[in-house]
Design a protein around this ligand. Structure first.
Ligand code: SF4
Length: 906
């Protein structure tokens, strides 16, 4: 028996399985159920697992597994391959990379960012090699679009994540923009257990989905109208004075003063010579004076800032101006959101809106959101409205409360490794000391900085200097999306100028300095996909990429264990070892708080190899070919020098790291040095029990942003340092910020949360196409397995209301054409009254090749982005990896559906 888990970003995953081996074959796996109780009175995490996890051994020996390196032998996508040796494949790839560098520059080499199905030892470890060449790693966040822009705008970080057992501590659970019965199978039991304890569960969704079945209330909303519903709840809470005034004044910007002449915050630069741009003001009730709002800590002490009223502020030129708190402006904005008015927008009964508001104000409320809202064009407004709701009711920074997203972190050894120049703990201590010096230097300049703020500051400073780039510029210049984004009828009518004009303004003002790579004159030449499925995942998919990007590429490489759609259109296919065939870790994060090991139960089949070994071989080959071509030195587009004759030794750091197990062990030991794993933890100790609980947040800004102590005997709730200690947030105002006085946000009328109708992306068609992960496959890799296929219809389908279907002559099981101005695809229909009329649902995860003509739903998704997310030059509106950047949206695409060989329409 060996320990196994499935490192496929089945977020949060980390389920431990016992993997049974006989005669050299894995013949089954079983949930291990080995997790202890963390907090007395709170259920443990066992048994942990899902139906996909229970059949990975079938995938190990599946027929679509590729076991030898392949080279394309026909046209791309034609399905003709020849088997080649590793040496032949890597020579071809290395030469293509060198050609790209010599012809265009190293930025023509693109490694698509994905969470990687091999886990933490997989695609992510290719990043430093690409960086050493001067190539680009596209930001995983924009690629997968699990971003929460509204949370980022509010908190300066998008990623609060409580441990899943903390859900049990809630008194009221909103399942809003999420369907955990499908997507959080191992963790859903905490919702059910909280309900047994007395919590109420409310699902807010247009459809009566499988999570709604187990809720106390299902609250239907029209797709895309959630902000109207949430803002009406906020209005009820304010009107009935149910809000937590102290929390609002201390933790949010709602007490900060805004000038009534230009609607900007009153800043120190307005009132004194040399005043700070980021010093803001309160009106202090007891002393009746305008005073500086603390920049940190936020604790109010004797201060009691006003939330209402109009006051006079004296400016540095001697004139005066009227000012009012943000809260007063919010009240005015909310006049448009009486429950009756909001009901017209969102379809929810006004009485229900009031009842929900009162419940939220009275209970420990957990906003169990997923990453659905952020996939709406105005998802940021929805999320800002949800954040406002929990801000008014004081619902974060305490157990059982908050709003959810995702994060990585705590496994610091992994972050440290790429900075190491030699093996061993001394080098680790040197790197940590260097980082500490930088943090201390920042703190010396600004003593109000916490460790979190200093590490975010470092990350924001480094962004633009590193190899990780937001992919928006590649999409704009090289993937044909510029044309779609410039179609005003598919965008928000609040855009008064063309998309190009906004883009030009963002570039000319330097808001994306250093990140505009590959630039307009740098066509991509080499694309490496490891663990993802670019042609399925990217909105617009094959329709957009095969037409615009693929012709520019001289070499497309897929690194995977199975032939997926992107693999079919690649030039080389490199086979990797599967889970159960290599040492790897699941993505570590606070939801489970454990570092979880997956070990090699059997050797890799055929010629497949662990990813780390492949990258070492590739580094060696590039070095060898560079020497042979006498091309060993060059500068990238920013003048940074790169050497190829020492590439391999730089990459591998130490020959002992050629063995992936030694890398894994070094990561674990370095994490102990960094202080987030218990003393004495090694790869060997992990082999004994497969998991170890983290003891601290460590040094990465992502985990430090959770801002809470990790206690050995307590569930984990983020943001406690903000609430309990007054630690500032990494926003412009140092508070949860609801008022964004950036020029573009003012122009768009989005300085405060507001409800806006979803643009008619795709054209003026009557149905709204929505999506979400399906029950049988979080990602496309599981969906082709025969066992899984036999548990359902076994093919893609569109879920549709019988009323809409009847009007179009569509029968259950009949095939339809789904189309709009962007494209079309064909799919059978499943009729269900659980879907709201006017909505059609196509759960994603199907391989495009499972559809007729290999056309999936991406063929009707134009891949729009919201122009406001290009805004910069303003406090926290600055790119840093996996944070502020535009991401494509795909919810509520406008489509029409017609029957193919169906009945006559009624
Ligand atoms: Fe758990 Fe993911 Fe494996 Fe399912 S696939 S059992 S969620 S680790």
């Amino acid at each position: 028996m060996a320990w196994g888990t499935h490192c496929v970003d089945c977020y949060p995953g980390n389920c431990v399985f016992s993997v049974f081996v006989k005669d050299g074959l894995v013949w089954r796996e079983e949930q291990a159920g080995i997790f202890p109780v963390v907090e007395q009175g709170v259920p443990d995490m066992n048994p942990m697992g899902c139906q996909k996890g229970a059949m990975w051994s079938q995938m190990l020996y599946a027929k679509d597994r590729v076991l030898h390196p392949l080279k394309r032998a026909g046209e791309r996508g034609q399905g003709k391959w020849k088997r080649v040796s590793w040496d032949q494949a890597l020579t071809g790839i290395a030469d293509s990379m060198l050609d790209a560098i010599q012809e265009v520059g190293p930025e023509a080499i693109i490694h698509d960012g994905t969470p990687s199905q091999g886990g933490f030892m997989a695609g992510i470890t290719l990043g430093p090699l690409i960086g050493a060449l001067g190539g680009l790693n596209t930001d995983v966040q924009a690629e997968i679009n699990d971003f929460a822009p509204g949370l980022y705008l509010t908190f300066g970080k998008f990623n609060p994540a409580s441990s899943v057992d903390d859900w049990f501590q809630s008194e009221l659970i909103f399942i809003w923009h999420r369907n955990p019965v499908y997507t959080a199978i191992p963790w859903y039991h905490f919702v059910a257990e909280a309900r047994y304890k007395g919590a109420e569960v409310i699902t807010v969704a247009p459809d009566f989905n499988p999570s709604a079945v187990h809720a106390d209330y299902h609250v239907p909303v029209r797709p895309g109208s959630d902000a109207a519903l949430a803002l009406a709840m906020c209005k009820t809470i304010i009107d009935e004075r149910l809000y937590d005034a102290h929390f609002v004044k201390e933790q949010t910007d709602l007490a900060l003063l805004v000038r009534l002449d230009d609607r900007r915050y009153l800043r120190a630069r307005d009132v004194e010579d040399g005043g700070r741009e980021d010093q803001f003001y309160f009106y202090d009730g007891p002393t009746k004076r305008i005073v500086q709002a603390p920049r940190g800590p936020l604790t109010l002490g004797e201060l009691d800032p006003a939330l209402e009223g109009t006051f006079e502020a004296r400016l540095k030129d001697g004139s005066s101006v009227q000012v009012t708190p943000v809260f007063a402006l919010l009240r005015r904005r909310l006049e448009d959101y009486t429950p009756e008015k909001a009901s017209q927008a969102c379809g929810t009964n006004p009485g229900v809106i009031r009842a929900l508001a009162r419940k939220t104000a009275a209970r420990k409320t957990n906003m169990l959101t997923g990453w659905n809202a952020g996939k709406y064009y105005h998802g940021d407004l929805m999320e800002r409205s949800l954040c406002l709701l929990i801000a008014l009711t004081g619902n974060w920074g305490k157990k059982g409360t908050g709003i959810r997203s995702w994060t990585v972190g705590m496994f610091d050894g992994h972050f440290i490794f790429s900075a190491k120049t030699k093996a061993g703990p001394e080098e680790t201590r040197r790197i940590l000391a260097m980082r500490d010096q930088m943090v201390q230097a920042l703190k010396a300049q600004d003593p109000t900085l916490t460790d979190e703020l200093a590490s975010v500051e470092l990350a924001r400073t480094m962004a633009g200097l590193e190899s990780t780039v937001p992919p928006v510029f590649m999409w704009y210049y090289h993937c044909g999306y510029r044309e779609n984004w410039n179609r005003p009828e598919w965008s928000d009518p609040a855009m008064t100028r063309s998309f190009d004009e906004y883009m030009q303004e963002a570039l000319s003002k330097g808001w994306w300095m250093g990140s505009v790579r590959p630039g307009e004159k740098t066509p991509p030449r080499v694309l490496i996909e490891c663990g993802g499925n670019y042609l399925r995942r990217l909105r617009g998919g094959q329709a957009q990429l095969l037409r615009h990007l693929w012709p520019k590429l001289n070499c497309v490489v897929t690194v995977d264990w199975r032939m997926n759609t992107t693999g079919m259109y690649s030039d080389y296919f490199l086979p990797v070892a599967h889970h159960y065939e290599k040492t790897t870790f699941h993505i570590p994060q606070p939801e489970v708080m454990y570092l979880t090991l997956s070990e090699a139960a059997t050797p890799p089949q055929g010629d497949s190899k662990p990813e780390w070994e492949i990258w070492c071989l590739l580094a060696e080959k590039i070095q060898e070919r560079a020497r042979a071509r006498a091309f060993v030195e060059y500068a990238d587009g920013r003048g940074q020098p790169h050497r190829l004759d020492t590439l391999y030794s730089q990459f591998v750091v130490d020959e002992k790291f050629r063995d992936p197990d030694n890398v894994a062990d070094e990561w674990v030991r370095d994490t102990v040095v960094a202080g987030t794993l218990p003393e004495g933890t090694t790869l060997e100790t992990l082999r004994e029990k497969a998991h170890v609980r983290f003891t601290g947040l460590g040094i990465a800004p992502y985990s430090l942003g959770q801002a809470s102590d990790v206690k050995p005997d307590e569930t984990f709730a983020p943001f406690r340092w903000h609430v309990e200690k007054g630690f500032p947030y990494p926003t412009l105002t140092r508070r949860a910020q609801f008022y964004i006085d950036h020029d573009w946000f003012m122009e768009a009328g989005e300085e405060l949360p507001v409800h806006k109708e979803n643009p008619r992306m795709g054209g003026d068609y009557p149905l709204a196409l929505t999506s979400g992960h399906n029950r049988w496959s979080i990602h496309s890799m599981n969906i082709t397995n025969p066992i899984i296929l036999e548990t359902h219809r076994g093919r893609p389908h569109l879920v549709m209301n019988p009323q809409d279907a009847g009007a179009r002559g569509v029968d259950d099981g009949g095939e339809v054409r789904v189309f709009n101005d962007f494209g079309e695809f064909f799919i059978p229909v499943k009729l269900s009254p659980s879907v709201m009329p006017g909505q059609v649902i196509c759960y994603n995860g199907w391989e495009p090749y499972m559809h007729r003509g290999w056309k999936d739903q991406a063929n009707v998704e134009p891949g729009m982005i919201k122009w406001l997310h290009l805004a910069g030059g303003y406090g926290h509106l600055k790119y840093w990896p996996i944070q502020w950047q535009p991401v494509q949206v795909d919810r509520s695409i406008r489509v029409e559906v017609t029957s193919v060989n169906g009945r006559e329409a009624r």
